[in-house]
Design a protein around this ligand. Structure first.
Ligand SMILES: NC(=O)c1ccc[n+]([C@@H]2O[C@H](COP(=O)([O-])OP(=O)(O)OC[C@H]3O[C@@H](n4cnc5c(N)ncnc54)[C@H](OP(=O)(O)O)[C@@H]3O)[C@@H](O)[C@H]2O)c1
Length: 244
């Protein structure tokens, strides 16, 4: 039986690491021996997480995924700290809910730019470093079950998540022969700040049944631990309490 890959010393770039799934992934990866470069806009959150994980294990870069140059700075920080990047987790995302005519132009542009264009910019910044390792590396994109179906009051959000699915499937075709493994993580509702944000209410009783950030982080870490001869391609996740 293949054994899980040892992640000790591997270098992982994570966007959206100041909260939720990204922060949980950083914690689990460091516990597994990896080094992490963390991106997000909130400096205080980054500083707290780096202090928690230890400056030998984590670097934080204040960055906005909508800006290609910011993604380049994040990748450069990983290379400056540890000399390489083995994996990248484009995870940063926002969701604002409402009818398509009820939402502002600005909200729709922010979702499209963050969730889809941001993923593209993060991949483009990291890919040359993944290839430079000579070992291929991993691209693990955090999409959603909204990447496969429509949802109520989330037309544009679901569209951005579908776009990530098309991006990942095409990157897999483009990069697999160079050893780059592309995986989509597609969680159902996950109890994070995102879930209690715009359009949803805090203390919603459904949250008790939802996935946790740690559940999704576990899927991301397990993906990276798979033997390099295997790929999951698409991992959809629900809790046992959630309907599919
Ligand atoms: N929660 C769910 O129900 C659920 C379900 C399926 C999929 N997902 C996906 O999971 C991913 C993570 O979401 P989450 O639930 O962990 O939400 P979260 O707790 O709100 O975390 C979102 C992260 O994205 C970052 N971010 C947002 N805009 C950014 C920008 N322009 N530049 C850089 N970072 C940015 C935030 O950091 P800053 O604010 O500090 O920048 C934060 O660290 C998203 O892609 C989301 O679509 C979530």
């Amino acid at each position: 039986m293949p054994s899980p890959r040892n992640l000790t010393g591997t270098v992982v770039v994570i966007t959206g690491a100041t909260a939720g799934i990204g922060a949980a992934t950083a914690r689990q990866l460091v516990a597994a021996g990896a080094k992490v470069a963390l991106g997000g806009r909130r400096r205080e959150r980054l500083d707290e997480l780096v202090a928690e994980l230890g400056a030998d294990n984590a670097v934080g870069v204040v960055m906005d995924v909508r800006q290609p140059a910011d993604n380049a700075r994040l990748v450069a920080a990983a290379v400056a700290a540890w000399g390489r990047v083995d994996s990248v987790v484009p995870n940063a995302g926002i969701g604002m809910y409402g009818g398509i005519l009820d939402q502002t132009d600005e909200a729709l542009v922010e979702m499209m730019d963050t969730n889809y264009a941001g993923t593209v910019w993060t991949v483009r910044a990291a890919l040359p470093e993944l290839l430079a390792t000579g070992d291929g590396g991993d691209i693990v994109i955090v999409s959603s079950v909204a990447g496969f179906r429509g949802g109520d009051d989330e037309a544009v959000y679901a569209g951005t998540k579908h776009a990530q699915v098309g991006l990942a499937g095409s990157l897999d075709r483009e990069l697999r022969e160079q050893g780059v493994r592309v995986t989509l993580i597609c969680p159902a509702g996950t109890a994070t700040e995102f879930a209690v944000g715009a359009g949803r209410v805090d203390n919603d009783p459904r949250f008790a049944e939802w996935l946790t950030a740690d559940d999704v982080a576990h899927a991301i870490v397990t993906t990276l631990q798979q033997p390099r001869s295997l790929r999951t391609a698409i991992w959809t996740l629900w809790s046992m309490g959630q309907g599919s």
